[in-house]
Design a protein around this ligand. Sequence first.
Ligand code: F6R
Length: 249
Amino acid sequence: MGSAVLEPTHAVRVLPARTDDVGRVAASVVASFVRENPHGVLGVATGGSPMALYASLAELRAEGVVATDQLTLAALDEYVGLDPADPRSYRSYVWQHIAEPWGVAAERVHVPAGSSEDDADEYERVLARLRVGLQIVGIGRNGHIGFNEPGSNPTSRTRIVTLDDDTRRANAPYFGGDVHAVPTRAMTQGIASILAAESIILVAQGAAKAEALRAALQGPVTSAVPASFLQTHPDVTVVADSAALGILS
Ligand code: F6R
């Protein structure tokens, strides 16, 4: 019964939040960045974890508290073999949950595309030109960030990867519950690409993330837990609920 807030071994700032407050707390961190960098470059994750953050920031925009219109967005990853116009593509997600509600114009929205290593190199060049100021990431229950699955090298750059079975199972709900409908490959920013951001915010909710988060923040820095490489970055903030932080009550 009852245990302390997870304490990272390195200089990672942890902001515990109530489950229904994770989005608002994370949005306030992102809003500070946007106020200081209205023309800044924001790296954006897809998936369930940051959805409340994106909605909360859209509310702040509607209230006139923060102006997101001039931001540039760069996504972490994209499925290979899915039409970008498919509603399940990450390009569609970025449009629906971020660019449109935030008023960001198409020419400032960047999402990996294509299926070749040349396409991946091209996206890496885009990232090098843009220079991400704040990168938003979620964490997979297998410890992945982006689609850098266990075994990923800390020097990895944008590339085509094969998704772990567990990742495909975790994402099956977005494909009508059919794991076989989830693409087997994706293009993802590498660990080194992600760590090139000036600052990083990781958002996590739920007990399913507790073990991965503990290993990422308190365990050894290892390719077996790609998110553990965040410990080597000088400016990481984690916003998570008590279930993800492994706090028993
Ligand atoms: C998404 C991404 C992934 C997710 C992770 C968690 O662009 O790169 O690393 O952040 O799989 O997904 P959710 O938030 O859906 O649990």
